[in-house]
Design a protein around this ligand. Structure first.
Ligand SMILES: Cc1ncc(COP(=O)(O)O)c(C=O)c1O
Length: 340
């Protein structure tokens, strides 16, 4: 079976399980878990932030960040395909009482001019108060597209000049850094908060770390408790994250190369209308007119390849630690024959 539905499906490696078993533990609600504390401060300092908070999921770290940055009735600016809006169960509205101003970006990326147009003048009392600009890097619905740092810097500079908070959904930030040969410190200091997932390409079973200032994280810790995300001997899970940082970052290049190899095969098929440019580990393609993504995914499954239909004619493949060269070659062979 080659499971390309998501990079969240990977299993912890034997070495990662070993690290988890031998982790030193404590009660993290009392901030006494040494492994959680080590993970939080390691990720925070890697990205030039003061403090971190280990959360059960990327969804929870995004939701906590937005709850801390906003008040009910506020509005968050993000791309129309943003995970915080489309895939977090309406959490922004339910948890924070906020609305969104959606920008039609270029595969998830938008510009300062678009943010300027989306911003509500606070003097207009009938409009929701704009309080946050959130960007996602890499952009999931954009096919793993990455942001250009100068575009993001322009947006952040503008947002800060208006007193807005800035958040990055960095569920796959390490993929973006590897793809662009950038460093965590190139990005971290731009944002008031970042959520960084361990359970996607990095291959840990659970977890996301939310980073920001000491004051931000103190408030985030309160919100995490309120949401039921206060975990106890969570070092068992944090140990997997520390192991992933040591062993699974550089190897993301392999996932990117495998994704590119498969996209090259897809681009040559006349039964594929469009393949999004592949920058990282995600391949999104649109089947030629009339073909059903569901039927195509079912055919792939008959050959032991799992994929996601993310639209009527749109399919997503995601490469990760449990897909090797043999799995990639097998996938290209099957795709070549199904789409001949
Ligand atoms: C861009 C992005 N942000 C956030 C999340 C949420 O992560 P989780 O599944 O851990 O809640 C995901 C999940 O795939 C994602 O793709």
């Amino acid at each position: 079976m080659v499971d390309l539905r998501s990079d969240t499906v990977s299993q912890p490696t034997p070495a990662m399980r070993e690290a988890m078993f031998s982790a030193a533990l404590g009660d993290d609600v009392f901030s006494e878990d040494p492994t959680v504390n080590a993970l939080e401060s390691r990720i925070a300092s890697l990205f030039g932030h003061q403090a971190g908070l280990f959360c059960p999921s990327g969804t929870m770290s995004n939701q906590i960040a937005l709850a801390v940055h906003t008040r009910p009735g506020d509005e968050v600016i993000c791309d129309e395909g943003a995970h915080i809006y489309r895939y977090e169960g309406g959490g922004l509205m339910a948890n924070s009482g906020c609305s969104v101003k959606l920008i039609p970006g270029d595969r998830g990326r938008f510009t300062k001019d678009q943010v300027m147009a989306a911003y509500n003048d606070p003097a207009e009392l009938y409009s929701a108060r704009t309080s946050v600009v959130s960007i996602e890097n890499t952009c999931n619905r954009g096919g793993g597209s990455t942001w250009d740092r100068s575009t993001a810097t322009e947006i952040v500079t503008y947002a800060k000049s208006l007193g807005l908070s800035t958040h990055m959904d960095g569920a796959r930030i390490f993929n973006a850094l590897i793809a662009r040969n950038e460093k965590p410190l190139d990005w971290g200091p731009l944002f008031d908060s970042m959520s960084i997932c361990l359970s996607k390409g990095l291959g840990a079973p659970v977890g996301s770390v939310l980073i920001g200032s000491v004051e931000f994280v103190a408030e985030a810790r309160r919100v995490r408790k309120r949401m039921g995300g206060g975990m106890r001997q969570a070092g068992l899970l944090a140990a997997a994250g520390l192991h992933a940082l040591d062993h699974h970052v550089e190897r993301l290049r392999d996932d990117h190369a495998r994704a590119k190899a498969v996209s090259d095969v897809l681009s040559r098929s006349s039964k594929v209308e469009m393949v999004m440019p592949v920058e990282t580990n995600i391949v999104i393609y649109v089947l030629a007119k009339g073909a059903s993504a569901k039927a195509h995914v079912a055919r792939l499954q008959e050959h032991g390849i799992l994929a996601f239909a993310i639209g009527p004619d749109r399919v997503r493949l995601v490469f990760h630690l449990d897909v090797d060269d043999a799995g990639t070659e097998y996938t290209t062979t099957i795709l070549t024959s199904l789409l001949a």
